[in-house]
Design a protein around this ligand. Structure first.
Ligand code: ADP
Length: 507
């Protein structure tokens, strides 16, 4: 006899602008896929709605086909047809919306950065709800992400619940409060939202301009559940320094606002089965890690004279958020302390890219430093595996994934105590933290001194005892950064919210 589930599964629909691996710009894409897979494994019905971009990785979508069902959706006073496609990504059912609008909204060769992003994504948000309504779906949870699909929250309550799509609670996750998508209030009319009604201080009006609307604020006001990607970041954005103008709104709605740390995809990031590596290894067999170190040094032309010479690395987008000047400082500090340094990173910001190109030419053929200024998935795996230490000196960091990936590969993180880093990296020397959680080196002040002191302590530990360092490596490799526990927290939020709604309906 099969065991009946203790509670019936929920029907969850994610509406998002990204999904790894087919349409990924940053962490958002990883979260949509990772969380969905984990929820599906727990027995919930999870579906995802994405724009049908021309620049997706179509070879990673299985069984893609167009439905013989078109959805008409509103834009600037008229209705436009949308072709609906369905396919499977990582075992998850995904709907793709292709607007049959002459402006070819998602046929631009890139995901973001177009002059009409606000109109394209508010259109998409509405078309996704229209799809759910016309397909007769009755989801329990509609989960939208970042400003691109934040419009779902006001659209749902103002237009779609009255039309009968009224089974759902709305959950909104903000992956980075830096990007709020504000626009002149009048632009909101294009998707049929009521400018007069919504451009008010208690609704969507931007907190620093009366003529502008803020989609993130709208989603905070109109969603039943609001989350961000780590507990510490959730606290930081409620302060004037960290809130990017939204701290007052978040404080007003603090009862429904919570931070949940992201997980990582432990199938994709697994040193025991990673085919990018020279040799696979695990916590019970860490010898392979040294082989990967030697292989990477050979591949990159670094000196292999001393196998115990500490290898420090950094894999990142080179943007101010990531503490670019501290990354540069770490490189020089590593050399002074006798280590080797590898940076894999690229920058969308021209002057930063130029600056690092300058450093590259300065260190050409250097025995102990290599900077690789591009995006390279396979090399990133080899670096995580080869490194002894991994630096993440971010100025702010909503969650951060690289510290968790590094630990899974036995590289010890050196991180600034901010956002999700503060929730996942705990200092080896910090007596206030229970011993079993201590897993790296941290510093508080975002300056060279702060970084240097953590660095020196890490090098001391490394040089003092190979044995205790190895124990630390094994310990961090055994930590659980899978989606499992984070998905349980989302599951609980969803269930409570649905239960509250049902109870309210009965009374
Ligand atoms: P963010 O989303 O702000 O860029 P995260 O730490 O959340 O930062 O995620 C970064 C992800 O991108 C990690 O999986 C990391 O390995 C990857 N990554 C960053 N830069 C590069 C690069 N140059 N080459 C390969 N992978 C990279």
């Amino acid at each position: 006899i099969s065991k009946a589930p203790t509670s019936p599964g929920l029907h969850v629909v994610h509406i998002a602008a990204e999904m790894a691996p087919v349409a990924k710009v940053g962490g958002l894409g990883d979260v949509v896929t990772g969380l969905s897979k984990a929820l599906q494994k727990k027995g919930h019905l999870v579906e995802i709605i994405l724009p049908k971009y021309d620049c997706m990785q179509y070879d990673r979508v299985r069984d893609l086909r167009a439905l013989d069902f078109e959805v008409e959706s509103y834009f600037e006073g008229r209705l436009f047809k949308n072709k609906i496609w369905i396919g499977t990504i990582e075992g998850l059912p995904v709907y793709f919306i292709e607007p049959l609008h002459p402006d070819k909204f998602f046929w631009r060769g890139q995901f973001y950065g177009e002059h009409d992003d606000f109109k394209r994504f508010s259109f998409f948000s509405r078309a996704a709800l229209e799809l759910l309504l016309q397909a007769g779906k009755k989801p329990d949870i509609i989960h939208c992400h970042d400003w691109q699909t934040a419009f779902v929250a006001p659209l749902y309550w103002d237009l779609y619940a009255p039309k009968g799509l009224n089974s759902a609670r709305i959950c909104f996750t903000c992956h980075n409060f830096e990007y709020q998508g504000t626009a002149p209030a009048s632009e909101m009319a294009s998707c049929g939202l009521d400018v007069q009604q919504l451009n008010r201080p208690d609704r969507m009006q931007d907190n620093s301009s009366h003529e502008r609307v803020n989609p993130i604020k709208g989603a905070v006001v109109f969603s039943n559940i609001v989350t961000t990607v780590s507990p510490t970041y959730a606290q930081e954005v409620r302060t004037a320094e960290g809130g990017r103008g939204l701290h007052t709104t978040l404080n007003l709605h603090s009862k429904k606002f919570i931070g949940i740390l992201n997980g990582i995809d432990t199938d994709a990031w697994n040193p025991a089965s990673d085919s990018f590596l020279e040799v696979q290894y695990s916590a019970t067999d860490v010898l392979g890690k040294a082989e990967n170190k030697s292989a990477l040094r050979r591949q990159l032309g670094l000196s292999r004279a001393n196998p115990r010479q500490p290898l420090v690395s950094c894999i990142t987008r080179l943007v101010p958020q990531k503490g670019v000047h501290l990354i540069r400082h770490a490189m020089y500090r590593t050399m002074e302390l006798g280590g080797q340094f590898i940076l894999l990173g690229s920058s969308p910001i021209l002057h930063i890219q130029r600056e690092f190109e300058g450093i590259v030419s300065q260190f050409q053929n250097h025995d102990h430093v290599r900077l690789i200024l591009k995006y390279d998935e396979s090399l990133s795996h080899r670096i995580y595996a080869a490194s002894d230490m991994f630096i993440i000196p971010s100025i702010f960091e909503p969650c951060g994934l690289t510290q968790m990936i590094a630990m899974r590969y036995g590289s010890i993180p050196i991180a600034r105590k901010t956002g999700g880093l503060n929730d996942s990296v705990f200092d080896v020397d910090d007596d206030t933290v229970p011993l079993q959680f201590r897993n790296g080196f941290t510093f508080l002040n975002a300056d060279e001194q702060g970084l240097s002191s953590a660095f020196e302590r890490a090098f001391n530990h490394y040089n003092n005892s190979a044995e205790t360092w190895q124990q630390l490596v094994q310990k961090v490799m055994n930590l659980d950064f899978s989606w499992d526990s984070s998905a349980s927290q989302y599951e609980e939020l969803y269930s409570k919210s649905v239960a509250r709604a049902r109870a309210a309906q009965r009374t």
